[in-house]
Design a protein around this ligand. Structure first.
Ligand code: 3HC
Length: 311
């Protein structure tokens, strides 16, 4: 049962008002937001690693420049989101400590390896495609700084998806070997992309409360269905086959029927036992340690300047 303060807060949410950092908010709202925004930010930063692996291996200078721009964008997305999380009273250092210790998650998809150049196409097309599906509704989320970060991020995401789809078009219409690579990438990334939307609604622990507070605007299964309905025609356009023999258009549903992802694999991956979890976290921890001298130098410089300003 809500007390008067919680009821007034819920009425603000229901009226579509934006909650700003200095406004009163239930402690559970704050914690839920720190969890979701922090993990969203971690996803952006860890998400740089699979594609970063191919910047030096890009087939042309143009592809290298495009991929470099995309990976740099993701760093910026992480920054917007870490700043939004910090307005809720958690520090950047705490957020990173929780990532490195496994207390906070990042998107499961980044625990899969990127084995060929076609994977750069599949990641842009499917992973950023799924991310767009999830992030566009979040532009209307109730927490002001998160909503504004989403608006900024969504402006850049369409380029991310288009450059991936462009790689897939080039390869699917290229040599037999290129077409086989594109199909292999689709085979390996299809179901992990479906897992990005989270567990099925019946297993979603946060959805009900998150939707009541407009921290989540749609259910996991709803967005997954929308993603499949939008992406299958794109695969057909490429002349590639979605690796799911149960995929079939369901007229009365007005959408595709499709196989559920392997939820054992999903829960395995998000509990740290995916193909690349150890490698990804090691890389992040090394980056944090290797960058310590920069943070310390900037801290010392800032303190000197502050002291001079006082003198
Ligand atoms: N990867 C890792 N963990 C996941 C997950 C996934 N794909 N899907 C769900 N989980 C976790 C949840 O975090 C939760 O665990 P927690 O309590 O420790 O946080 C648990 O599984 C139960 O799932 P719920 O459905 O109850 O959790 P949510 O309500 O938080 O729904 C979500 C999951 C849909 C990912 C939601 O958190 C969300 O919309 N987050 C914001 C968007 C986001 O983080 N996207 C990540 C990809 S975007 C991206 O990578 C950048 C792009 O540029 C590539």
């Amino acid at each position: 049962e809500m007390n008067p303060q919680e009821r007034a807060f819920q009425e603000r949410i229901d009226a579509g008002e934006k909650i700003e950092p200095k406004d009163w908010m239930p402690e559970a709202y704050r914690k839920n937001l720190i969890r979701q925004i922090g993990q969203h930010a971690h996803s952006e930063i860890v998400g740089q690693l699979p594609e970063g692996n191919w910047i030096t291996r890009a087939p042309t200078l143009e592809r290298k420049a495009i991929l470099l721009a995309k990976v740099q964008d993701e760093a910026g997305h992480g920054l917007y989101l870490y700043c939004a999380a910090e307005t809720l009273g958690i520090s950047r250092d705490e957020l990173f400590e929780q990532l490195h210790s496994g207390k906070m998650k990042y998107s499961s998809i980044f625990n899969y390896p990127t084995l060929t150049w076609a994977d750069m196409g599949a990641v842009g097309w499917l992973v950023d495609g799924a991310a767009i599906m999830n992030q566009v509704p979040l532009q209307r989320t109730s927490f002001g700084p998160y909503s504004r970060a989403m608006i900024r991020i969504c402006k850049e995401e369409s380029f991310h998806q288009r450059q991936g789809f462009d790689i897939m078009m080039k390869m699917a219409n290229g040599t037999e070997a290129q077409k086989r690579m594109a199909q292999d990438a689709l085979n390996r990334f299809w179901f992990p992309a479906l897992m990005m939307f989270g567990p099925s609604d019946k297993d979603s622990v946060h959805s009900a409360q998150s939707m009541a507070w407009k921290i989540k605007m749609n259910t996991n299964d709803e967005l997954r269905q929308k993603f499949v309905d939008q992406t299958v025609p794109q695969a057909e356009y490429l002349g590639l086959t979605v690796p799911d023999e149960n995929l079939v258009w369901n007229e009365e549903k007005g959408g595709y029927d499709f196989s559920e992802p392997d939820w054992n694999e999903f829960f395995d991956v998000i509990s740290g036992n995916g193909p690349c979890n150890t490698e990804r976290l090691e890389t992040r921890k090394n980056a944090w340690e290797d960058g310590a001298w920069v943070r310390e130098a900037m801290q010392a410089h800032a303190e000197k300047r502050a002291a001079r300003a006082k003198a």
